[in-house]
Write a protein of this length. Sequence first.
Length: 311
Amino acid sequence: VYCLPPEGLPSAIVPSHYLTRQELTRFVRLAGALGIGRIRLTGGEPLLRDDLVDIVESLKKIPTVRDLSLTTNGSRLEPLLAALKKAGLDRLTVSLDSLDPRRFEEVTLSKNYLEVIQAIFSALKMGFPVKLNMVVLKGVSAEEIVRYVRMAVDYPFEVRFLEFMPLCGTGWRPEWVWPIAKVRSVVREHFELLEDDKPRGDGTAQVFRIKDGKGKVGFIASLTESFCGQCSRLRLSADGKIKPCLFSDLEIPIKELLRSQAPDEEIFEAIRQAVRIKPKGNYFYEQPFEAEKMKDGFQTTGSSMIRMIGG
Ligand code: SF4
């Protein structure tokens, strides 16, 4: 309900426009030569792609790929876990917007709660590091915060709270926004948070260990405590456009270069160009957060693409 228009997607990328496994592999190999070593497969929903396991296997063979992760809604994860592990996937992030089956269905419009829960515990058992993402919706799921952190006390999950962002037009409701500072204070009322031993680096989450807990808790404040200054990400859409920032129209089409077997130097230049034009930050970076001003249809830029390329 928060990232798709209720009437569904106006258009989807047709599969013939998808980059092939070979094109993706070449792109990642060349990006690796320029220093890009952490790769995340996201979506939409990456597990809808039939050759996803083969893609993982091909990418993992590239020596520069030092970390290969996957973000998924978890619905189709369980039966693919063993194959993904064998193919070399390093880590998983699963969207889990509610621990209550009824609310899960209300928020995700999916009846796959049990499948998702089963998948995340199976993933832990198989030795995957697992992050769980919850977009905190005031009045919808905010009351679940304590229960969610308890999962990271009992199990070695990293549970992460994400601020609701004005992503996709019709899914946006300013009254659902709960600034991350409030979420953090609810968590601190119930748990003692300890500094994480790993530096934040260019990560999106501010992560803490939990006293006497097996897991960790992270806070992702895209709106009120923007981390654009540390962002070193580039996104590549399924149909071959490099997007230097989610909140910008900027994109560099690369599919034709890959499809026509253009020389490596041309691909290098496209990647370098994407880095050069990367904006300083998002809309909110320049304009302080004012929830009441953000109405449906607020966003007019390419950020609507988020639903097609992942957050
Ligand atoms: S808004 Fe753009 S610059 Fe900021 S964190 Fe997201 S992708 Fe990076």
